[in-house]
Write a protein that binds this ligand. Structure first.
Ligand code: GDP
Ligand code: MG
Length: 788
């Protein structure tokens, strides 16, 4: 070792120390930091010396203009009453990127080599100084260490080994005006992450600081020299001349997580720094490079992989879920390629294997490591498949509509209880769901599950059949039972696609009975209790809300909870289209909603009464009914690709299910029979004398455009009837497409069209019009419609 290197030395300037203490003690309101003083009477000091320990708040170190940045500062008074520093720790140093000065760009321009790298120790820092009365002062950062404690024991042990005394060391330190900074690494004293067995335990000297306010510290060479002379353990130092090599080295070690076969927490880098090198001289300056996530996770993976290869159980406490998945993956890879394990043990392919896994999971390392910190042990964010959506609802809440829209958006599986027949339907349902899981990431198990026991069944059975499955409740909450009842009845009876099938009052009563039965049995979801507690997640919808709104809630909640299942929330437009398509294309099946309990002979009382009821009915209006298919596709075409404002009302009608299920032109309504008694009489006669089983009287042709405002939409119709039999009493013959809500009656189409004729379209009138192109030619069927 070169003994000629100049040892830095500087005397204490009592004046300077006094003014430092004055500013630490200051009670001035302008003071930007806090300094807490604790006094200690030093045990075994012949002069009865008292030292003051100064403690600063960690965040204050980031402020500019502090009188001192030492982390660990002890002061006292000498025999002549002058202030002196007896212990001086390192200036607080920061992790890479933690403050402006430790950004690589700054380090590149403002620092000067050599760069001395030491492992970031993970023991307990010990400061050693010499007092005036030759007492050796041993301290931790803010405490004076007592004789019984390991730190002092180790000092005694190492001094004894070289035949020196505490007073010798105290004198030497005092002569140099320095503080020795060491790491106490001793598992008996305090267990740390890295093992320090008896053969490695002791005081590792890593620095010697001059006891002056400005941070001035020995080079590592001098530190090592001193350690050797005084029986300290030495720490390894890696030295680089330039900053680029330093950086490359650090990043390489971070990547592998190991250095010379050992796990390391990070490095402390010692160099010199000037905030502006052309103006201010360089002074001693440290920063640290701590290995953080994902490197700590990578290290864990490496150790676990080695355990697997050795046939030992891998042990891990952090990143549990992702590590389990990693190991599952590794097991497969090891089985596929026996060479992999061999090479791995020779430290080959460690990074490759880890990267392969991350690519397989489509995760970045940082994302994988963050999963746990962000949400504890919850790994929902990783889920990419095996999710079963279970509705909790009653009839008509829109389960199937939302389900069909979801499958439309994401291609998920959909199993409908309504389509299952035969024995043990619950079991069949489960089977079908599990089967669908093999080729769909998510399956919607479409059934009401209004009762808890039904939920219990589906949860249990699915989990039994498919252990990895997660069940998510699509909870159509019934906050306002009456409102849900009203909305669902209206949907199912009045405006639903069952419109045609549920015309008769008796049928209606039956459907209402069945719906009511579900409402009566409905048991709200309670995630606090079994069985609902077994749901991985409960998404609260509102049974009285539009399916469009409920769909959006589903999508957003699923995206939030399982970002990999729905990486991106579809656009409003896409969700509109999904619901519209679900409402248009899917025809609910009432088979199971109207079970014929007494067998299928149609011999129940209500069915038998039907013809009688029908006889009593009178003619309500004469109509030309036209095919829905033609109207719907003409409307689609008319509003396709137009601006949002123009298509707004049409879309609204679609989304709120307010487009009529069937379309007709009213020739004449009963209400106007007084104004046109002859015509009405003739229509009534035609109707009564009609023998056609479908009530068909004849046909008529029409062509048209569509007119609308924000309340109602109607198709303008020109009746073509060569025989002139069919007369329309309305000023403008039309087909009402739909109305905003039940408050707007279809006959208000007349008002709309009267205004349209008079004022035309445009912003002032609030009336819009789309002309059908090509011209829409409908073939209609004339028939009488009876009162309900
Ligand atoms: P489920 O019994 O819970 O499966 O309910 P469906 O999805 O079959 O919906 C019941 C009826 O209401 C069907 O005729 C749907 O077309 C209709 N429907 C569904 N969602 C809406 C909506 O948002 N608004 C309106 N007005 N009708 C809807
Ligand atoms: Mg359904």
């Amino acid at each position: 070792m070169d003994s000629n290197i100049k040892v830095p030395y500087e005397d204490q300037d009592p004046q300077e120390v006094s003014s430092l203490l004055a500013s630490l003690n200051s009670k001035s309101a302008k003071k930007t930091f806090k300094a807490k003083k604790t006094s200690f009477k030093i045990e075994g000091s012949p002069d009865g010396i008292v030292v003051d320990a100064w403690k600063f708040q960690e965040w204050d170190y980031k402020k500019h203009g502090l009188p001192v940045y030492a982390r660990g500062l002890f002061t006292t008074k000498d025999r002549r009453g002058r202030d002196e520093i007896c212990i001086r720790g390192y200036d607080k140093f920061f992790n890479i990127g933690e403050v402006n000065e430790t950004r690589w760009s700054k380090i590149q321009t403002n620092t000067q080599g050599p760069y001395e790298l030491t492992l970031k120790e993970n023991g307990c820092i010990i400061f050693i100084g010499g007092l005036e009365d030759e007492t050796l002062l041993v301290c931790t950062r803010s405490d004076v260490v007592s004789h019984s404690v390991a730190g002092e024991k180790w000092v005694d042990r190492q001094l004894a080994a070289i035949g020196k005394t505490r007073a010798d060391l105290a004198r030497e330190l005092r002569k140099r005006n320095v503080t020795a900074v060491a790491e106490l690494c001793d598992d008996e004293f305090e267990e740390h992450i890295l093992a320090y067995g008896p053969e490695k335990a002791g005081l590792y000297l890593h620095g010697i600081n001059i006891n002056i306010p400005t941070f001035t510290t020995y080079s590592s060479e001098l530190v090592q020299q001193f350690a050797e002379e005084w029986g300290f353990r030495k720490i390894a130092v890696q030295k680089f001349d330039d900053v680029t090599t330093t950086r490359e080295f650090l990043e390489k070690v971070a990547e592998s997580g190991a250095h010379e076969g050992n796990d390391v927490e990070g490095f402390v880098i010692r160099c010199r720094m000037s905030p502006s090198p052309t103006v201010t001289p360089y002074s001693d300056w440290f920063f640290k490079y701590k290995f953080e996530e994902p490197y700590l996770m990578y290290r864990q993976w490496r150790e676990c992989t080695k355990a697997l290869i050795a046939g030992k159980p891998p042990k891990f406490k952090k990143h549990t879920k992702i590590t389990e998945e990693y190991l599952l993956y590794v097991r497969k890879r090891l089985a596929e390629d026996p060479n992999l394990g061999k090479l791995y043990n020779q430290n080959h392919g460690i990074i490759q294997l880890r990267d392969d896994f991350l690519a397989f999971k489509k995760l970045k390392g940082s994302e994988a490591a963050n999963l746990e910190t962000e949400m504890g042990e919850d790994t929902s964010a990783l889920i990419t498949n095996d999710v079963v959506i279970v509705p909790i609802a009653t009839i008509g809440c829109g389960k199937t509509t939302v389900a069909v829209a979801l499958t439309h958006l994401f291609g998920w599986g959909h199993v409908q209880n309504d389509n299952i027949t035969g024995k043990n339907r619950p079991k069949q349902m489960t089977q079908a769901v599990v089967e669908h899981l093999t080729n769909h990431p998510v399956v919607i198990s479409d059934r009401n599950n209004s009762e808890r026991r039904e939920r219990e069944q589906i949860i249990k059975d699915v989990k039994m059949a498919h252990t990895g499955a997660r069940l998510v409740a699509m909870n159509f909450a019934h906050h306002d039972l009456d409102e849900v009842r009203r909305v669902t009845r209206e949907r199912v009876l009045e405006r639903g696609d069952n419109h045609q099938t549920i015309q008769a009052a008796s049928e209606k009563a039956k459907v209402i009975g069945i719906m009511e039965n579900f409402i009566q049995r409905y048991q709200p979801c309670d995630p606090e209790q079994e069985p609902d507690a077994a749901f991985d997640y409960v998404i609260d919808l509102d049974g009285a809300k539009d399916s469009r709104a409920n769909l959006e809630t589903m999508v957003q909640e699923l995206h939030k909870r399982y970002p990999r299942l729905i990486p991106e929330v579809p656009s409003e437009q896409a969700m509109d289209d999904a619901i519209i398509s679900a409402l248009n294309n899917y025809k609910p099946n009432l088979r199971h909603k109207i079970p014929d309990r007494k067998g299928n002979k149609g011999n129940n009382a209500q069915t038998q009464q039907q013809p009688k009821v029908q006889k009593k009915k009178v003619l309500e209006y004469m109509s030309v009914s036209v095919p829905s298919k033609d109207i719907n596709s003409a409307l689609e075409a008319a509003f396709k690709g137009v601006d949002a404002e123009t298509s707004k009302f049409y879309k609204q009608l679609q989304l709120t299910r307010r487009v009529q299920p069937m379309f007709h032109v009213t020739l004449m309504h009963r209400a106007s029979s007084k104004d046109h008694p002859d015509l009405w009489a003739s229509y009534a006669k035609m109707h009564t004398e009609n023998t056609d089983p479908d009530g068909k009287l004849g046909s008529a042709r029409s062509s048209s455009s569509v007119v609308f405002d924000s309340r109602i939409m109607a198709i303008v119709v020109r009746l073509v009837d060569p025989e002139d039999r069919w007369k329309c009493v309305n000023d403008v013959a039309h087909i009402t497409v739909g109305t905003r809500d039940d408050g707007v009656k279809p006959k208000e189409s007349n008002d709309l069209l009267a205004k349209w004729l008079k004022d035309g379209t445009g912003e002032e009138t609030g009336i819009g019009e789309r002309v059908f192109e090509p011209k829409l030619v409908l073939k209609g069927v004339v028939k009488g419609v009876l009162s309900r």
